[in-house]
Design a protein around this ligand. Structure first.
Ligand code: SAM
Ligand code: SF4
Length: 480
C-alpha cells in the first residue's frame, strides 16, 4: 500500500526560520554598510531554483547581491554531483574562495547542494577545507537562516546534512529570481527511478509533489509580476501527484495551470519516457499557454543497455512515443539526453544510439560521457571499452547530430515564428540587437524597432546558423 503522508514542513518551523532571518537582518542593520552576498551554482535547473531560494533568504536578511566573490561577506557555492567533472571544478573554486580569508577572515563561506550530501565529500571538506564555515545538504536548505545565525553568533563550523531520504517540502520562504522574464517553478522534488548510473535519488531523496494549490498560487504571482516564460521543474514531472493521494496526474496539473489567465508560456522538464503518455501530448496540443517543447531523454538506443540502466522502456517503445508526440504537435521542438560509454556498451549498442538520433531528428541534444558515481549500481558493473573508444563514439555522435541540427535550423528559413524577447544579443554585426526564444525554446537573434525585454513579437527568419536563427520583426502581439 502507498503511504500518503504530507511531506510539508510544519508552519511553526517555517516561522522559526523567518524569526532567524529577522535576527540576522537586525544584526546587519547595525553595520556601517549593507553586507554583500555572492552565489555560484553548478549543475541543473533544480540547483538554479534552489539558489534563487537561498538568494531570497539572504536578501530578506539584509544582504545585497554582488557578482564579485572577492568583496562578498557571504559566499554560497551550490554544488552538483551528477558527473565527476563538476565535483572537480567545485573543489578547484573552493580553493580560490577560501584564500579570500587570508585578507578578510570574517567572510562566511558556505557549500550546499547535491555534492555535499555524500559522506566521502563531507569528510574531504572536514579534513582539507577547514575554512569552509557552513555545509548544508539538499534536505537542509530551508534551515539556512538558522545555520547562518548560529555561525554569526560564534558557533563552530557547521555540518548540517540530513540523512532522511524522504525529504520535505518547505513553503512560504522568500525567493529572489534573476532579472528578465524567465522563471523556474518547482512542482516536485526528488526521484524514485534509480537509473543505475545516477546519483540524484541518493542525494535528493524520494519523490514528493507540491500541492496543486501552492503551485497554482505561485504561478499566479509569477504572471502578475510579469514573468512570461515559466518552466515547471521536477526530475520526472510525469510522476507528479503519485505521492499526494489525490486524483491528479501531471497532465491534469498542466491543464489546471494553463487555465490561469495572462500572456505567458509554460514549459516543463524533465519527462521520463516510461511515464510520458498520450494524455500528456493531447493536453500540450490543446493548451493555450503550453509550449510545444519536449525534453525526453532516451540515454541509449540499445535495449540491453537500457535494461542495465533500469530505464523501463525499449528503443522501439521510445521511438513510438516520440512519433505519437509529433502526431499531436507537428511543430514540436524535441530534445534529449544521451550517455555514451555506459559500462559494457559495445559498438553495436552505440550504433543503436546513433539510429535513434537519426530517427528522432532532435533540435537539441545534451550528450554526456558516462561518469562513474560511487554508490550507484553501475559503478560496479564490468566495463570493456577503453576511454579512447568512448571518446571516439562521443565525437561521432556529435558529428551526426551536427548534420541533423544544421538541416533542422535551415528548415526554419523564411518561416514566421512568435518570439519572446528575453535579452540583448551579443551579435558582433550590431544588426540583430536583441535575442529571444520561440515557443519551442529555440534561440533567435532579432532585429527591429523599439524592442523591449518581455515583448512577444512575430518574426520572419532571414538566416540560420547551427547556434541560432536570425529574424526581423513583422509585428508585436501575444497569440497564446
Ligand atoms: N531526471 C532527468 C531524467 O531522467 O532525464 C535528468 C536528471 S540528470 C541531472 C541529467 C542528465 O545527466 C541525465 O539525463 C543523464 O543523461 C546525465 N547523467 C546522469 N548521471 C550521469 C552519469 N553518471 N554519467 C553521465 N551522465 C549522467
Ligand atoms: Fe537520475 Fe533517472 Fe531520476 Fe533522472 S530519472 S534523476 S536520470 S535516476
Amino acid at each position: 500500500m502507498i503511504e500518503h503522508t504530507s511531506r510539508q514542513v510544519p508552519k511553526e518551523q517555517i516561522a522559526h526560520q523567518l524569526d532567524c532571518m529577522e535576527q540576522v537582518s537586525r544584526h546587519n542593520a547595525l553595520l556601517p554598510e549593507k553586507p554583500l552576498f555572492f552565489c555560484q551554482t553548478f549543475g541543473c535547473q533544480q540547483n538554479e531554483a534552489d539558489t534563487e531560494r537561498i538568494a531570497g533568504m539572504l536578501a530578506e536578511m539584509g544582504y545585497v547581491r554582488t557578482e564579485d566573490a572577492q568583496e562578498a561577506n557571504v559566499i554560497v557555492v551550490n554544488t552538483c554531483a551528477v558527473r565527476e567533472h563538476a565535483e572537480k571544478r567545485v573543489f578547484g573554486i573552493m580553493g580560490q574562495y577560501t584564500h579570500i580569508k587570508d585578507t578578510r577572515s570574517d567572510v562566511i563561506i558556505c557549500m550546499c547542494g547535491c555534492m555535499v550530501q555524500q559522506e566521502h565529500i563531507t569528510e574531504k571538506i572536514k579534513k582539507s577545507y577547514p575554512r569552509v564555515d557552513i555545509v548544508f545538504g539538499t534536505h537542509m536548505l530551508w534551515h539556512f537562516p538558522e545555520l547562518l545565525l548560529q555561525r554569526l553568533n560564534g558557533s563552530k563550523r557547521i555540518f548540517a546534512i540530513s540523512g532522511d531520504p524522504k525529504g520535505e517540502i518547505a513553503e512560504g520562504l522568500p525567493v529572489q529570481r534573476g532579472a528578465g522574464c524567465h522563471a523556474w517553478l518547482s512542482i516536485m522534488y526528488g526521484c524514485n527511478n534509480f537509473c543505475t548510473y545516477c546519483i540524484v535519488p541518493y542525494v535528493r531523496g524520494r519523490e514528493r509533489s507540491r500541492k496543486p494549490e501552492d503551485i497554482e498560487a505561485e504561478l499566479r504571482c509569477l504572471v502578475a509580476e510579469g514573468y512570461k516564460d515559466i518552466t515547471l521543474l521536477g526530475q520526472n514531472v510525469n510522476s507528479y501527484g503519485k505521492d499526494l493521494g489525490i486524483s491528479m496526474d501531471f497532465s491534469d496539473l498542466l491543464a489546471r495551470l494553463d487555465a490561469v489567465e495572462g500572456e505567458y508560456r509554460l514549459r516543463f522538464m524533465t519527462s521520463h519516457p516510461k511515464d510520458a503518455s498520450e494524455k500528456l501530448f493531447a493536453t500540450m496540443a490543446k493548451g493555450k499557454h503550453i509550449s510545444h517543447q519536449l525534453h525526453l531523454p532516451f540515454q541509449s538506443g540499445s535495449d540491453a543497455i537500457l535494461k542495465r540502466m533500469n530505464r523501463g522502456y525499449t528503443k522501439e517503445s521510445y521511438l513510438a512515443l516520440i512519433a505519437k508526440a509529433k502526431e499531436y504537435m507537428p511543430d514540436l521542438v524535441l530534445s534529449s539526453d544521451i550517455i555514451v560509454g555506459f559500462p559494457g556498451e559495445t559498438e553495436e549498442d552505440f550504433q543503436g544510439t546513433l539510429d535513434v538520433v537519426r530517427q528522432g531528428q532532435y533540435d537539441v541534444l545534451y550528450t554526456f560521457l558516462y561518469s562513474k558515481r560511487s554508490g550507484t549500481p553501475a559503478a560496479s558493473m564490468p566495463d570493456s571499452a577503453t576511454q579512447e573508444e568512448k571518446q571516439d563514439r562521443f565525437n561521432r555522435l556529435l558529428k551526426t547530430q551536427e548534420g541533423i541540427n544544421q538541416q533542422r535550423q535551415d528548415a526554419y528559413q523564411d518561416r514566421e515564428l512568435s518570439v519572446l524577447i528575453d535579452g540583448l544579443s551579443n551579435s558582433k554585426d550590431g544588426v540583430y540587437t536583441h535575442c529571444g526564444r520561440t515557443d519551442g525554446g529555440l534561440l533567435v537573434l532579432v532585429r527591429g524597432e523599439d524592442l523591449h525585454i518581455g515583448d512577444f513579437v512575430d518574426v520572419v527568419i532571414e538566416k540560420t546558423s547551427l547556434r541560432a536563427l536570425y529574424g526581423s520583426v513583422l509585428g508585436k502581439g501575444y497569440h497564446g
